[in-house]
Design a protein around this ligand. Structure first.
Ligand code: HEM
Length: 519
């Protein structure tokens, strides 16, 4: 049982070698730790700290999670008589109590036409899974730059996480998913929940490395692959036995997909010989399979047509890590193909079908990015509100400054608009078949992604201003803000740059401009 002290007793331990502090009514013995303290010894010997209640100063310098680490929990020697801790951390799977930190549908006072009990059940269980399994691994891998641990791949397979990330479909039928959701009832709003909860790992690169291959690379194999290859690859990737990635962009071609130079030449035995390279390939470092787009020559179709291939690492492609400011944990790579031979049955969707396959995937990719950005911005708001309430400047909390409140108002209003917009598009996905979605949602999705990444950068920028110097260091108080600000730029480029997407949306609407209507 924890020992009980009076504040007078604690005050006597106020020197080097005999140093106690009180944080939130808990008494810590820092006598030995003080010399190892990352913030130094002198700050702990300050007359307002040594032997005193250091709650306010502690929370202006450290995140709560510091106190939860086992090595620091050991410093606890007791608590103050007749006092209870006032700070109540958010428990595993719980919702934040900070206003606007959660999407409105999670606010019990609010109503939504989109969500039912199955959505709520999935959200609850998925959040606990992120908190307990993914978050710790994500943070460790962001620091080490490594791929997710085998235990995480296993845990995801057991809970059918990859299955869910692919969106609704026959691959879920007969399965019981997290929260007891039946595979048949899983819809685009369940997928929205899964996508948004994943952003709470606060590890953008890790998330990309862990999942982009599944929802970008696998759908073409699922929709167009030939058996038995199709079933084997689906099983291996969904169940975490193999990692997959998508390889389209090159040093020569980004948003202008057709500018690619990677080529595949048909051989006399029907196989293909691939030469060229791919650049910025997320998860490429850990990929066993690549869904590759290359221009084909000497086949049945026209020379230079884009064709999709499933390439196995054993076929001999090479991957080199690209150092980005994003994250090593994304496994971003430069992939080279030097006379890599691909069997004829590894063509996906037929010769020349590559562009159709690639473009058919774009809406889903952009929707996914928009959903993540909307939830990521909520995370920024939660961080900024908590920080503004606990950080004191000129004797008052930051929240007492009108200029800070103005920044928060601009941030919150954008995050609210983002969630409303993505839910509107998600609702269309529940009502339109795939073909109609491609036709109808290309423009709206392009505008949505363009605007979201503009807003995301604005929010990240405001958050940096609110956190100050803490937001540019990768550890400590502002580390989530540092990560968000560093990675927001990638959303503006990946999946189609803002400029290209805006133009795409306008060009699409031009096709529908009426000739029989004038001003
Ligand atoms: C249980 C008691 C404490 C523990 C376990 C602890 C632990 C840490 C850790 C792990 C860091 C590295 C940064 C981070 O991860 O947030 C840090 C930094 C720091 N700590 Fe503490 N600390 C304690 C108490 C205090 C107190 C009472 C003060 C009062 C002044 C203090 C002042 C600082 C400062 C100034 C830094 C550097 C912050 C920065 O780089 O911005 N610490 N501490």
């Amino acid at each position: 049982m924890s020992k009980v002290f009076t504040r007078d007793e604690v005050e006597k331990h106020n020197k080097d070698g005999d140093l106690w502090v009180v944080i939130d009514s808990t008494v810590y013995d820092l006598s030995k730790f003080a010399k190892l303290h990352p913030g130094g010894l002198s700050v702990l010997l300050d007359e307002d700290v040594a032997g005193m209640d250091a709650t306010t100063v502690f929370f202006s310098l450290h995140r709560y999670e510091v106190l939860q680490k086992p090595q620091y929990k050991r410093l606890v020697v007791g608590h103050i008589a007749l006092e209870e801790p006032k700070i109540r951390p958010v428990g595993v799977g719980e919702l934040s109590r900070v206003p606007y930190a959660e999407s409105p549908w999670l606010n019990p006072a609010f109503h939504s036409p989109y969500y039912n009990d199955t959505h709520r059940a999935l959200q609850k269980e998925f959040r606990a899974f992120v908190d307990t399994v993914l978050y710790p691994d994500a943070q460790a891998c962001e620091a080490s730059g490594k791929n997710a641990s085998p235990e995480v791949y296993k845990a995801m397979a057991e809970r059918k996480v990859n299955h869910m990330r692919l969106g609704p479909g026959k691959h879920l039928h007969g399965l019981t998913l997290m929260g007891g959701v039946k595979g048949e009832e899983y819809d685009a709003f369940h997928e929205l929940i899964v996508t948004q909860e994943l952003t709470r790992m606060h590890a953008r690169g890790y998330g990309t490395g862990l999942g982009s291959g599944v929802f970008l690379g696998l759908p073409p194999v699922m929709n167009y692959g030939a058996e038995p290859l199709r079933s084997r690859v689906i099983d291996e990737v969904l169940n975490g036995k193999k990692v997959m990635c998508l390889a389209i962009t090159e040093a020569f071609a980004g948003s202008d997909v057709q500018g690619m130079k990677c080529r595949a030449d048909r051989q006399a035995d029907g196989s293909w010989l691939v030469n060229g390279h791919k650049k910025w390939i997320s998860a490429g470092m850990w990929a066993d399979y690549i869904l590759l787009a290359a221009k084909t020559y000497g086949g049945d179709g026209p020379d230079g047509a884009v064709t999709a291939f499933l390439v196995d690492r054993s076929m001999g492609f090479e991957t080199k890590a690209i150092t980005t400011s994003y994250s090593k944990a994304a496994g971003t790579s430069y992939v080279t193909f030097d006379d890599v031979r691909i069997p004829a049955d590894h063509v996906i969707g037929g010769e020349g079908a590559g562009l159709l396959i690639i473009f058919g995937n774009f809406n889903h990719e952009r929707w996914y990015m928009c959903a993540s950005m909307a939830r990521g911005c909520r995370g920024l708001i939660e961080e900024c509100l908590l920080w503004s309430a606990q950080r004191k400047v000129f004797g008052k909390p930051l929240l007492a400054q009108p200029v800070i409140r103005n920044k928060l108002a601009l941030m919150i209003s954008k995050a609210e608009a983002m969630q409303t917009w993505i839910e509107h598009l998600t609702f269309q996905m529940t009502r339109m078949d795939h073909r109609t979605q491609i036709k109808q949602l290309g423009g709206p999705m392009a505008f949505c992604k363009m605007q979201f990444s503009l807003w995301e950068k604005e929010l990240a920028d405001q958050a940096v201003q609110i956190f100050g110097g803490r937001a540019v260091t990768a550890s400590g108080m502002g580390r989530y803000i540092e990560m968000a600000n560093r990675t927001a730029r990638f959303d503006a480029v990946l999946g189609g740059s803002e400029e290209v997407l805006g133009d795409l949306g306008v060009r699409q609407l031009m096709r529908g401009m009426p000739e029989d209507q004038k001003l």
